[in-house]
Design a protein around this ligand. Structure first.
Ligand code: GDP
Ligand code: GDP
Length: 457
């Protein structure tokens, strides 16, 4: 259940118990061929990677995201293929590089890979400069990869270790993405950083969507500037490609089967009212799933959801006009029944083939996106909390547990922590009541919000 409560205590942090939406993000950076993908694959093992859409003029470069498992550590890991574009070419303004920079803005940590065999390469310095400029808050862990290929007492190895310090990010660790050498060192370098981060974020001292600097509590990213990423999902033949073309109109940038992974998805990018929208129409993954499963999965992944009912033109005309009305009334109710976790999911009725519905779809998408990015101040939330508690208070009779205060720890999707005075957890029913009240009072229909609990003595 996506909105189930979690309890997170002080250090040591049990990463296995943390909602994956709260896990910190670590981006693997480095010039081409240093072994970023190899390390990414090692960290996520056989888990499924989520692929970000980073459309480029000729090649589609992906930023892959997965949940990394390193001992008892869990974190989100990003493999930044897009970085190569900027580091290896002059096109500073290439869309992919911009996209990578945008993703980087929401990343808290980085592993900076270099190749121990070649030592410090001019492109490593470029990557270092890029990182410092794009994310000054990130102090990356420098890892000399391919270390299994050199004995640690050779000159080459020692030189690489010294040279790596020229980057200005401290002493490197030696690893091998291929053999697993040095994973303990990587664990030891990451653990204190990730743990500090989790404790700070759950204390409400720092927002999650920013570069995390251990020495500062400042929050700075302007989320409205981040590109909107929109996935069109649904069964074959519902009209995803047609809708995609309707949305693109003449702004079409790139449509076509993805290079490599044939026909898995169609990607495109367009501007809508001054906003960059990255679009992806997914085909393959949806094949085996019913619509409801697709929608539930989106909710579980914490995405904002808009339901589009297409081909309404088929119901128009004299004979079908009552049917048309009935569908409009019945569909939202049915959707609510099959996805009870999220109330008030917006439904838009369109006819993609007639080329209409662009404004209707986009205004609903932007509305949902803005709600998904919403941040509520702690003061406002606590005024709200007093009000809902007076409507329906929650008390654990025996333990005298109550909610001391309530705060939002992150957006995208909005995630809240209820600070409890005792160790008893709120009941699922009460969590549902709070969730429903938040949605009603702050107009968060269609947004999968999360509430966690934390005990404060
Ligand atoms: P990326 O371009 O940074 O993503 O690099 P890849 O992960 O594609 O790796 C580039 C090449 O280096 C591939 O041939 C890998 O097999 C190789 N490689 C990656 N990690 C290691 C390692 O730890 N040791 C050795 N010897 N080769 C590696
Ligand atoms: P996809 O498999 O989901 O990408 O679906 P397509 O966009 O390829 O559309 C599947 C079929 O449905 C095509 O024959 C389209 O012409 C048709 N189609 C798409 N949208 C509409 C619509 O709004 N009305 C009608 N009547 N047909 C549509």
């Amino acid at each position: 259940a996506p909105e189930k409560a979690n309890i997170v205590y002080q250090k040591p942090v049990d990463f296995t118990k943390i909602d994956i939406n709260l896990l910190p993000t670590v981006m693997i950076v480095g010039r081409p061929n240093v072994g970023k993908s190899a390390l990414f694959n090692r960290l996520i093992r056989r888990r499924e990677a989520l692929v970000y859409n980073t459309p480029d003029d000729h090649v589609t470069r992906d930023i892959r995201e997965g949940i990394a498992k390193l001992g008892d550590l869990r974190f989100r890991v990003l493999d930044s293929a897009g970085l190569e574009t900027e580091a290896s070419s002059e096109s500073i303004l290439s869309r992919t590089a911009v996209m990578t920079a945008n993703v980087l803005a929401r990343t808290q940590f980085a592993i900076f890979l270099i190749d121990v065999r070649t030592g410090l390469h001019p492109l490593d310095q470029e990557v270092g400069k890029w990182l410092r400029k794009q994310a000054p808050g990130i102090n990356p862990i420098v890892a000399m990869n391919k270390s299994e290929s050199l004995h640690s007492n050779t000159n080459t190895f020692a030189e690489a270790a010294i040279e790596a310090q020229i980057l200005g990010f401290g002493e490197p660790i030696a690893i091998s993405a291929e053999t697993g050498l040095g994973m303990t060192a990587l664990y030891e370098a990451l653990r204190p950083r990730l743990e500090d981060y989790i404790v700070k974020v759950l204390d409400g001292n720092c927002s999650q969507d920013e570069n995390f600097n251990q020495n500062s509590d400042s929050c700075k990213v302007d989320e409205s500037k981040l590109p909107l990423q929109l996935a069109i999902v649904g069964r074959p033949n519902v009209g995803k490609s047609t809708l995609l073309n309707t949305l693109l109109q003449e702004d079409r940038v790139l449509v076509g089967p993805e290079a490599g992974l044939t026909r898995d998805s169609v990607r495109a990018q367009f501007q809508y009212q001054g906003r960059t929208v990255y679009l992806i129409a997914k085909a393959k993954r949806s094949m085996t799933h019913a619509e409801v499963v697709i929608a539930r999965q989106a909710v579980e992944e914490g995405r904002g959801l808009v339901i589009i009912v297409n081909k309404m033109d088929l119901l128009k005309g004299k004979r079908n006009s009552t049917l048309y009305k009935k569908v409009k009334e019945a569909v939202p109710q049915e959707i609510q029944m099959v996805i009870p976790q999220v109330t008030g999911i917006p439904v838009v009725f369109i006819s993609a083939i007639e080329g209409r519905g662009r404004a209707a779809v986009m205004s609903q998408v932007i509305d949902t996106y803005e709600k998904w990015c919403l941040r509520l101040s702690t003061a406002r939330l606590n005024r709200w909390l007093r009000k809902v508690m007076s409507r329906h208070s929650w008390k654990d009779q025996g333990a005298q547990t109550k909610i001391k205060y309530f705060t939002q720890v992150k957006a995208r999707p909005p995630t809240f922590v209820a600070f409890m005075s005792g160790k008893t957890q709120l009941s699922d029913t009460y969590i549902r009541f709070l969730t429903k009240s938040l949605k009603e009072d702050f107009d968060l229909g269609g947004i999968p919000i999360r509430i966690m609990q934390r005990y404060v003595p």
